[in-house]
Ligand binder design. Structure first.
Ligand SMILES: [Fe+2]
Ligand SMILES: [Fe+2]
Length: 284
């Protein structure tokens, strides 16, 4: 079955070079809590190379997009992901300066190995399917973040600017790789879904290893109460992981499309929050 949904009319996928400063980001910048902070730090290590992989997998098929609107969306997608790579590379340098030099070097090297394996062993269509699957995961993480204003308010403003901006743009372009994959495969269900579980598994293994590596560096891995508190924050009802499970499962529904969950009317509000955060950082 092939279904082509259009992004809501209010969405425009425009790349922005942010040049965010990360001068004095607090160590536990996310919700003042180490486990969730380090999970996001671990994810950040995958972004510079991971987003280049996304871009390459989409670029390989852009000739197949016949719809001019999809062509425009692909240009926006490529530009946005390139900017995310640059800003996260800067954020990762900030992590090095915070004392995690070894973790950053090893984590980026492992991410590169995983990605090189994907480029070598997967066909171009499978690589595009992996991108569509991981874009779903980033979109549902972004959705969780953007709907948690209390946690966002407790997040270090310099780090908040990065993650808020990234989450907004992941929402804006959440259907681009998906739509291209549908175009290329004629909407083949199996090609789309069969990569989801292995891609998720690899991401889970990777983020668990590097969340623990960051926690170890802080000598927090032997503090059961700190760990339990952080894990509870992730797993409690409304927490990041528990919220992602049903949204992750939706990907397996035949006829699924990323824009069936349309929160585009909130984007203006999130941009306003981003502007406030940027102004706060400038004044500091
Ligand atoms: Fe991104
Ligand atoms: Fe993305």
């Amino acid at each position: 079955m092939r279904r082509h949904h259009k992004a809501p009319g209010t969405i425009s996928i425009v790349p922005r070079r942010m040049k965010l400063p990360f001068r004095s980001v607090s160590r536990y910048w996310f919700n003042r809590e180490p486990v969730q902070t380090h999970l996001l730090n671990a994810l950040s290590l995958t972004f510079p190379d991971g987003e280049r992989f996304f871009v390459d997998s989409v670029r390989a098929f852009r000739h197949a997009a016949t719809d001019p609107e999809l062509q425009r969306a692909i240009s926006g997608f490529i530009g946005q992901e390139a900017m995310h790579s640059l800003e996260h590379a800067e954020f990762n340098r900030m992590l090095e300066a915070q004392g995690y030099r070894q973790q950053v070097a090893d984590g980026q090297a492992l991410a590169r190995r995983f990605i090189a394996g994907g480029r070598k062993h997967l066909s171009p269509v499978e690589q595009l399917a992996v991108t569509a699957a991981l874009e779903h995961i980033t979109a549902i993480m972004a959705q969780w973040l953007l709907h948690n204003e209390t946690i966002l308010a407790q997040t270090d403003p310099q780090a908040r600017a990065l993650w808020l901006w990234h989450a907004i743009e992941e929402t804006e372009h959440k259907a681009v790789a998906f739509d291209l994959l549908q175009e290329v495969t004629g909407g083949d269900y199996l090609t789309r879904v069969r990569v989801m579980a292995p891609a998720t598994w690899l991401l889970l293994v990777y983020t668990s290893i590097y969340t623990l590596a960051f926690l170890r560096q802080d000598r927090l891995h032997q503090r059961p109460l700190t760990l339990a508190r952080g894990l509870w924050q992730l797993a409690r009802p409304g927490g990041l992981l528990s919220s992602m499970v049903p949204a992750w499962c939706r990907y397996f529904k035949p006829g699924f499309h990323p824009w069936e969950d349309d929160d585009s009317e909130r984007i203006d509000h999130w941009y306003a929050t981003l502007e406030q955060t940027l102004a706060l950082n400038q004044a500091a």
